[in-house]
Write a protein that binds this ligand. Structure first.
Ligand code: PGA
Length: 246
């Protein structure tokens, strides 16, 4: 099964102006080339500023999209607009969208379909809260999200999954590579049983730092990382990405 290259994605969330993005890439360009695919997911306002700064295996992605192609949806942005801005990827169902903005699975499922139809490769985020983990419900929660967001028959290919335990995002607490591996293997098993996601990579996200990235990347069933806070600094993001080998 060909899953392509290891993917290291930088989720910049609501950070950086165009001047700060330019400063990031000025420093980033002084570092050696990398042996993996790098996706930058800046805020929408920076897509056009970042696109011409990318080179080699670096690509662009959006952090969210609306499920409609166009219309009276103030403040929203469509798959076609992201494609037009040069995006290959789009994050869908990030825990901040689910838990801060209250996006339900029904919406997330529509967004996955819109992204695929619009020629984007969704990175669908799934993950349990601390309470759900403590109650031993992690796998049920993740399977439930996969079933609701991808449907009973997941698309055969064209999407990736990021496992991001909610309690690990921005908290400095990282899942052990054993815990991450258990979920990653469960996701692969889920997709395998349903004949979907044949080229799907499973990324881990949640407090990834230079000091914990290697353990995670070495864990079987992990095909990349989704990095938030540590991706804002070119030095720490490069240290993480340099650990990824195809
Ligand atoms: P973090 O964020 O690396 O700052 O924990 C990860 C994410 O939310 O994608």
């Amino acid at each position: 099964m060909n899953r392509g290259r290891t993917l290291i994605a930088a989720n910049w969330k609501m950070h950086k102006t165009s001047r700060e993005a330019k400063a990031f890439f000025d420093t980033w360009r002084t570092f050696p080339a990398l042996d993996c695919e790098i996706a930058f997911l800046p805020p929408f306002t920076l897509l056009h500023a970042v696109a011409p700064l990318l080179s080699g295996t670096e690509v662009l992605g959006g952090q969210n999209l609306h499920e409609a192609a166009a219309g009276a949806f103030t403040g929203e942005i469509s798959a076609g607009m992201l494609r037009d801005a040069g995006c290959k990827y789009v994050l869908i169902g990030h825990s901040e969208r689910r838990h801060v903005f209250g996006e339900p699975d029904e919406r997330i499922a529509l967004k996955v379909r819109a992204a695929l139809e619009g020629g984007l490769r969704p990175i669908l985020c799934v993950g349990e809260t601390l309470e759900q983990r403590k109650n031993g419900n992690t796998l049920d929660i993740v399977w439930g999200q996969l079933a609701a967001d991808l449907g009973r028959n997941p698309p055969r290919e064209g999407f990736d999954i990021a496992y991001e335990p909610v309690w690990a995002i921005g908290t400095g607490k990282v899942a052990s590579h054993h815990d991450a591996r258990e979920v990653h293997e469960a996701v692969l098993e889920y997709l395998g049983k349903r004949g979907g996601g044949r080229d799907c990579r499973i990324l881990y996200g949640g407090s990834v730092k230079p000091g914990n990235a290697l353990d995670l990347l070495n864990s079987p069933g992990i095909h990349g990382l989704l990095v938030g806070g540590a991706s804002l600094d070119p030095g720490s993001f490069h240290q993480i990405a340099a650990l990824a080998k195809d």
